[in-house]
Design a protein around this ligand. Sequence first.
Ligand code: PLP
Length: 483
Amino acid sequence: MSANAKTVANPHVPVQDEASYAAYVEDFRRAAHQAVDWAANYLMSARQYPVVSQNQPGDLIDALPPSAPDAAQPYDEILRDFQKTIMPAVTHWNHPRFFAYFATSSPAPSILAEMLSATLNTNGLHWKTSPAVAELEKVTLAWLRQWVGLPENWFGIIYDTASVSSLHAIAAAREMVDPEAHTRGTRGDLVLYASDQSHSSIDKAAITLGIGQANIRKIPSDSNFRLIPTELEKAIKQDIAAGKRPFCLVATVGTTSSTSIDPVSAMADIAERYNVWLHVDTAYAGPAAILPECRYLMDGVDRAHSLVLNPHKWMFVTVDLSVLYTSRPDILRQAFSLVPEYLRTAEHPRAINLMDYGVPLGRRFRPLKLWFVMRYFGREGIQRMLRAHIQWAQEFAAMVERDSRFERVAPAPFSVVCFRYKGSDDDNRRLVERVNESGKAYISHTVLNGKVVLRMAIGNIGTTREDVQAAWELIQQAAPANV
Ligand code: PLP
């Protein structure tokens, strides 16, 4: 600590007496009003920023002091630096022309709930440390379960990301098939199956759980990027013949690259035949099941053991909030319940301890933002937004089809369109760069059938039909005139 810090009274330290605490809270009140005004102005004007940060790598690090201050600094100065120094390093997911990855934004009710949740800072270690966390999680996940049509008796739990939700599902799968692994560790004979289109989080989960990358089978997908069930069964039979133990199948409904839909019912048949766990990754597409016309995406899911769905992707909740549902909470609990003496509490049939169902002990008050969002928009409001995004994706796909320089490369059942300029991979890469460097829109790419493909993902709450049209015009202008 510097001499400066010892000798100068710190006007922000609230612990000295009640008056200083009150001054500290009043200082917050004033700055928070300012911050809320800033936030509302930002939401109104996000489209005025370049979508992608124009910073070079390291710019922000160079712009900030190498060590933290000794002396207190006023909110005004911190907020000024936030705008001057931090904001240029921000890529604006709130920009209505953010069409990359799975586009998401900051819905206002979710921002509000985040502020209240941070204010309470209540930590749901177990029921008693925050009944609100445990019980609002239970209530909102029951509401959501009804909205997407999952079985009434499925248990839901919130984690931060789909990667972590799937990690827990795969741990439960291991617990079901090889319960001894809990104490002795894995023997290297468990095998997991997912399509060659599945998300990398599945591989990471298997690596983390000691399954080993060599025991992940990537099952080929068909021309519409859906896992081929006969290939799956063939691989399972080969593994069994080789003395391996199949333990988990992962179906993806809404794959990351093309939003394709694996045949869940056929995979459920196979899972039942070989007594393995079936996990369904609907991280992005799951919320679409709120629409009656998209409910088909849950076909066969009632026969799965678990499902992940991310309200922070396409259900208008701020990052992070991922939900894992399971028909076998008993096995999930068996995999993770480990209660040291200092966390023991009196048992009560209605007091749920969420720490028993996963790795994290501390638990943010995430259900509050789900509760705000579900109530503020209502099912009808969310349906309207989902339908608009799906409709505009269809319109975008039609525009692509009308330009002979481009081709569609995958069905577009949701709000993502995969297409390519009919030139080389380099031409397509350059096209993405040109669009993104313009600062006027942001799209991303993937590889399908060995070729670089462009992805247009609609999901931002501020996006309009005109934004989609403008993005297409930008892409057309950035493409060479002749193939
Ligand atoms: N599963 C699918 C199908 C995804 O598309 C993604 C991310 O895009 C994930 C899982 C991982 O999501 P998260 O970032 O919440 O871990």
